[in-house]
Design a protein around this ligand. Sequence first.
Ligand code: MN
Length: 309
Amino acid sequence: MRIARFNDDRIGVIVDGRVLDVTDQIAAQLAAPPYQASHSLPSLPRLLITYFAAVRPMLEQLVAELGPDAGLPLEDVRLLAPLADPTKIVAAPVNYRDHQSEMNEASHVSSLGFFLKSPSSILDPGGTVRLPYTDRRFDHEAEFALIVGRRASHVTPEEALGYVFGYTGLMDITMRGGEDRSTRKSFDTFTPLGPWIVTPDELGSPEDVDLELSVNGELRQKANTRDLIWSAARFLAYASTVTVLEPGDVVTTGTPAGVAPIEDGDRVELTVEGIGHLYVDVTAEGSVPCPTGGAGRGPVPPPAPGDSK
Ligand code: MN
């Protein structure tokens, strides 16, 4: 099943290029005990993720009853990030060997662990990445991301995929330099997410998924998740030994080689096999000189395409 968020915070199931609005039916089912969480107020998408096993039969019946002409054509809706309020975004640093080489990094995920991106950096599909500074380099990173479906703590790699609600595309937009990763990757708009979530039964194995990223139509990154140093399952399992993973948490697996700068006016497009296309635009409007001094420090990124040095 493909689950999207769209227009005015509606939840939809994608069927044959159309979006079926199932918000009211989900809300009605989850309004009654025992589903409503009592100690917090997660968003409806997070509640849906938490109780998906109970809601799914109702959704499948709805889709079957509504038929092929129901809903809205995808091109007539405004997609939103599939969820906006994960408790955290857990991200892998240096998890493809070709990216390790291009960054001249001695270490990879097995010695670096994970870093966190601010959940408020999430950006909707079709949104605009805002570059904050005039004097720093900002790169695209194409990534394959997992959405956690069940609370996971100290799970094994063998168990890990059983805790996954689904998969989606993610761009880990990054300022290069010596500041902490959590700073360099947490600027508002620096986590484009989507275009929707695909459940595991529909995607198949997460260990053989192609991803491609282009800038203004020019291919920059092309990889397959089989080349991850730590597989999605191993990385999720590891993260769960550090911090409990909650339903809706985003776990992103790292970027392959080909990272390069993005600039004002660029359009960046990520395609993930079995999931779909996610594009965003880039603006430098309102950018100011950087107040921190990390330029020229930290891992050394590859030269920009077309750079003669
Ligand atoms: Mn990354």
